[in-house]
Design a protein. Structure first.
Length: 221
């Protein structure tokens, strides 16, 4: 009910819903499938999936075998609707996609136009530290979106910071574009809390600052 209103509001301002954040990952869920049908009719081309999590009391390989048919059925829905699912990798001890190799293992079976990776530079670097370029290279053919956020370590805890003030590689976005990547580049500004109405002016200023940094990284200024 609300999605058409949001898409209409964006269009009035000359904007589009480039990626729809969603709770969709189960093709058996009728509400989720209805959401995708509505999104596709509105011209939405991509949606970010809901995350899968491992139960570390069980073998990981067996859980990958459980996710595989679910993805296959979801891809069939995406193909019929002409929409692409993107899965954002997250750092953490139980996230499917945290080590990245598991994404490659299951996603390589499907066309990128129906199932792709939204590579999050912050989470990728947290988990990969020095080896992240290997994982990024492995997933390159399966990228559907690039998510940019920056972080540093404070008292051994990951802490989000303004773009360019942390540990991510500032040269990677430009190298990715030069490799022929044509998908969206998505800026995440999550370090100013609380996300309250009173904090909106600071949030807008932070977005403008980080967007300026990103444009320099991409060589657009």
């Amino acid at each position: 009910d609300e999605l058409p209103k949001m898409v209409a509001a964006l269009k009035k301002r000359g904007l589009e819903m480039t990626i729809m954040a969603s709770g969709v990952n189960d093709p058996r869920d009728k509400v989720s499938m209805r959401q995708l049908e509505v999104a596709a009719k509105l011209g939405v081309k991509r949606y970010r999936m809901k995350y899968f999590k491992y139960d570390l009391k069980r073998p990981v390989a067996a859980q990958l075998d459980e996710i595989r048919p679910q993805l296959k059925d979801l891809v069939a829905v995406n193909k019929a609707l002409g929409i692409q699912a993107v899965y954002q990798n997250h750092s953490g001890s139980n996230y499917f996609g945290a080590p990245l190799w598991d994404l490659w293992l299951l996603f390589k079976e499907h066309p990128v136009e129906h199932l792709a990776v939204a590579l999050d530079t912050g989470h990728t670097t947290v988990e990969g530290t020095n080896s992240w370029p290997i994982q990024a290279n492995l997933l390159r053919p399966h990228l559907g979106a690039l998510y940019l956020k920056d972080y540093t370590w404070i008292e051994n805890k990951k802490t989000l910071v303004p773009l360019g003030q942390g540990n991510i590689d500032s040269g990677y976005p430009r190298r990715l574009l030069k490799s022929g990547y044509t998908g969206p580049v998505n800026l995440h500004v999550e370090y100013l809390k609380p996300f309250s109405k009173e904090n909106v002016p600071k949030q807008i200023a932070a977005i403008k600052r980080d967007a300026g940094t990103l444009r320099k990284w991409l060589g657009w200024v």
